[in-house]
Design a binder for this molecule. Structure first.
Ligand SMILES: [Zn+2]
Length: 246
């Protein structure tokens, strides 16, 4: 008996050879696929060693301790994952809380996981103006004496004496990329953007850590002022202490 068609060895299927393959019930998430491809291309350009860094725009968000999470959402509550972020292990959670400012105005703020050792709201300067909060300009984690927070969740209200900041712009980098670009942890560099609204950002802090993906984090005010979106490339220029790749 002859076989009318040939099974391609690369096709992984449990169906017998020659049977009709039904279309998948769930279409692949095209947007996620495009995002993955774009990120791969961006990384390839960066790894070519041209001193270009992809931008990640940070919308307002909340880092939270497990204890505070349970006070706002209920005993034993666990964060649930909405989508992964570009840094390993980090994710945007489905959970949001309401931030109440001194002007009795409110904003919804998304929690980023996993839970941390401190609770901290990273807000844009314009968020602070809207809410009536005086936000100090800090590196993430440096919350001593920062703005008080009132957070409202479905199961409780939290008054914290500190935790509200405007995050300093920074670049996440692996030790390998830091070596390649001549950068070291804690130094500050300048970064030039392109396009009609191009600007130079000074005082950009290098934050080196194992397995970090190369990415510059800006808040929405900074990104909007410079016409930047996540994935855009910016150019490293000489560090303010004389280092850098140019
Ligand atoms: Zn960051």
């Amino acid at each position: 008996m002859s076989v009318s068609r040939t099974c391609l060895p690369s096709v992984q299927s449990e169906r017998p050879c020659g049977s009709r393959v039904a279309p998948p019930a769930v279409q692949p998430d095209l947007a996620a696929l495009v995002e993955t491809v774009v990120r791969d291309v961006v990384r390839a350009v960066v790894s070519a060693g041209r001193g270009l860094v992809p931008v990640g725009v940070s919308a307002r968000h909340l880092h939270i301790t497990q204890e505070h999470l349970e006070l706002l959402f209920g005993h034993g509550y666990r964060l649930t994952r909405l989508r992964d972020l570009n840094q390993p292990g980090e994710f945007a959670a489905n959970e949001t809380v309401t931030l109440v400012g001194p002007k009795r105005r409110t904003l919804e703020i998304r929690i980023l996981g996993p839970v941390r050792r401190f609770t901290q709201a990273e807000l844009a300067y314009s968020d602070g103006i809207y809410l009536g909060m005086d936000l100090p300009h800090r590196l993430s984690g440096q919350i001593q004496g920062s703005a008080p927070l009132i957070l409202v969740g479905p199961a409780g209200v939290l008054h914290l004496p500190e935790g509200g900041i405007r995050a300093r712009r920074h670049i996440h980098i692996s030790p390998q990329d830091a070596r390649r670009l001549g950068l070291r942890n804690g130094q500050t560099v300048s970064v030039r953007t392109r396009g009609e609204m191009s600007v130079t950002f000074n005082n950009v802090v290098i934050r080196e850590g194992d397995n970090l993906n190369l990415e510059m984090h800006l808040d929405t005010d900074e990104a909007n002022a410079a016409g930047l979106r996540s994935g855009d490339l910016v150019e490293l220029v000489a560090g303010e202490d004389g280092s850098g790749n140019q």
